[in-house]
Design a binder for this molecule. Sequence first.
Ligand code: C5P
Length: 209
Amino acid sequence: MSFIVAIDGPAAAGKGTVSKAVADRFGFAHLDTGLLYRVVGRVALEKIGPALDEAAVIALATQVDIADLERDDLRTAAVAQAASKVAVIPEVREALVVFQREFAARSGGAVLDGRDIGTVICPNADVKLFVTASAEIRAERRFKELAARGEETDFETVLEDVKARDARDSERDVAPLAAASDAVVLDTSEMSIEAAIAAAIEAVDTARA
Ligand code: C5P
């Protein structure tokens, strides 16, 4: 039987950590849908170049190789920006819908995290969470993450990147970043990540009871 947990929110709010913890706790499969857009962004940068010509990006998006989700070069700041640029293109989003819905419908349960899971991809999800935090707190976390990985950057640049991505993700016409009206909102600027995980697990337990 399928059981779908949709976890949305802006970059670096902690939704990846919450998603993994929920998937581990209940033995559900986990899909980080941001990786799909990162693959398209990464391959587009390589094959098309930084101008990201729309028609060429759409052609790439229809041929995504799922094996590329395992690439170890998807988590850079440049790829994050490219991902959010290609994610604005409606045909790119459409090309990725079927894979996400099939993943969600698998038996045994699935956690999908992204920007539009509870609103567009799985509007009938059993549990919907929206994990958020202030831009400053998210930028601080992302800065530490990038620094630990040896990427040369500074806090101000990361904060600008976070805000630019927030604006692009929230203001686009198709599937903008938004909490579903029936989502439980977890603001991790005001609660520890452990408390957010506990609240997420409780929401799943309640829906399964
Ligand atoms: O979650 P992550 O930061 O890896 O996502 C990278 C980019 O992919 C986001 O900034 C967003 O533009 C896009 N994205 C999206 N819809 C999703 C997941 C990610 O538009 N469901």
